[in-house]
Design a protein around this ligand. Structure first.
Ligand code: PLP
Length: 440
């Protein structure tokens, strides 16, 4: 079979396809696997209970059946328009305006089939070939102000890879009064001096906050500075809020969320516990929403309404926020604490430093001067039934061949139950101790 260039780009092995294959294999395997590798949210009792009640109510309220006596259009028996389920969009407008002073209207929101789908649209809208005012062709890229960044961005461009990425400042910090932690900060000197930025070859700036893979949360000062740079260069600032506030609110540092016409905020229902319903939410200027809707029409006809139907009542009555504040956030905060304690027990006397846990569902571990790369470590751990993700996948747009730090870290999920966390961390401890001891 001969595939087009477009097709070949997608079927090449990519970081994300390897990861998804390993995760899928692990779930099918009859051997026990310590799954610390995936991005699946945890099973949280209160969350499951609320969703179960909501599904049951949906089954009874006619959502699955066209009611000939009703003019309601929220039924799953109909396509929505390409912007997405109007009832859910109205509920979101009300919700965001209740909690923030953004003055949104329904023209500011579009839905997508998961936020991964949103990044496919946005990175291809703002990155790639442009025609400038002189009618010349310009190739623009997406500026990632702080890498490591989310693995899922890497391969979404339809042609090539269009990223310009900035490596972080690394600050050694304490966490709850304890040593052995670090925090990434944006290197604004490097960023402001990027030729691509000064020469008009950046189409948008994007960051995840909290960041997958590191659990870093960019400070309000960093965000204000990025917003100012975006305005100065007349490009949008895309904020990937998959783990952020107000839902799922897996964020422990004291920060705020802002939106204006130059900001594109991406939300998702996945990390509140509904990754299977594939629902992403974009909040942006009407011009961006119209473009996303037009792309939805071509790619999907209309986005899925299932997640929208489940989430509408939870958004209307704020249950989504209460669940996030009272159940989801404390759950992951406790998981992070447990995992840090276990890691310190296993590797406290070794050169392990942990990125300060500020949010998301991962810990990011840095094994300083590890005798092998963490891609090799990944293979050894996989043989021993423990899955993590090595750091090299998280540097889209960076040539990491001479950047040692990018080969010395791993991402581990903290969504697993305590038994899996304990066993997985014990395996990591045993293997890593052996590596350091062997190099003495
Ligand atoms: C930072 C980040 N952004 C976006 C996504 C995509 O999420 P979804 O497509 O499930 O909404 C993920 C998934 O893991 C993520 O971690």
């Amino acid at each position: 079979m001969k595939f087009s260039k477009f097709g070949q780009k997608f079927i090449q092995p990519t970081g994300i396809s390897q990861l998804m294959d390993d995760l899928g294999d692990a779930l099918k395997s009859d051997q026990p696997v310590n799954m610390l590798g995936g991005g699946n949210p945890a099973r949280i009792e209160a969350v499951n209970e609320l969703f179960l009640q909501t599904y049951q109510a949906l089954g009874n309220d006619g959502s699955f059946r066209e009611d000939i006596n009703s003019t309601a259009t929220s039924s799953m028996a109909n396509y929505s328009n390409p912007q997405g389920d109007a009832g859910f969009i109205d509920a979101l407008v009300g919700f965001f305006n209740r909690h923030y002073d953004w003055n949104l209207t329904s023209e500011n929101i579009a839905l997508t089939n998961g936020s991964q789908n949103a990044f496919f649209y946005l990175f291809n809208l703002f990155g790639g070939a442009f025609t400038d005012e002189q009618n010349e062709s310009v190739d623009k890229s997406i500026l990632l102000p702080l890498t490591p960044e989310y693995i899922g961005y890497s391969d979404v461009h339809v042609e090539g890879q269009h990223f310009t990425a900035v490596l972080p400042h690394i600050d050694e910090v304490t966490h709850n009064g304890e040593e052995g932690f670090f925090k990434y900060r944006v290197d604004f000197d490097a960023l402001e001096n990027l030729p691509a930025l000064k020469e008009g070859r950046i189409g948008a700036i994007c960051c995840s906050r909290p960041t997958n893979p590191t659990g870093n949360v960019l400070t309000d000062e960093e965000m204000a500075h990025l917003a100012e740079i975006a305005k100065r260069y007349d490009v949008p600032l895309i904020i990937d809020n998959a783990y952020g506030m107000p839902f799922p609110n897996i964020i422990y540092s004291d920060v705020t969320l802002n939106w204006d016409d130059n900001t594109i905020l991406c939300f998702s229902l996945s990390k509140i516990g509904l990754p299977g319903v594939r629902t992403g939410i974009i909040v942006a200027a009407p011009e961006v929403i119209a473009a996303v809707s037009a792309m939805n029409a071509v790619v999907n006809l209309s986005p899925t309404r299932f997640g929208a139907s489940i989430a509408t009542p939870l958004v209307e009555n704020n249950a989504i926020k209460d669940l996030s504040d009272n159940d989801i956030k404390p759950f992951y905060q406790q998981q992070a604490k447990t995992a840090v304690t276990l890691l310190k027990k296993e590797l406290g006397d070794y050169p392990l430093v942990i990125h300060k846990p500020e949010g998301a569902i991962f810990l990011w571990l840095w094994f300083k001067d590890l005798p092998i790369s963490t891609s090799e470590l990944y293979e050894t751990l996989k043989e021993k039934g423990t899955l993590i993700v090595p750091s090299e996948y998280f540097f889209p747009g960076v040539d990491i061949s001479d950047y040692k730090h990018a080969h010395e870290c791993i991402r581990m999920s903290i969504a697993a139950d305590k038994d899996t966390l304990t066993k997985g961390i014990a395996v990591i401890g045993e293997v890593v101790r052996g590596l350091y001891d062997g190099a003495k």
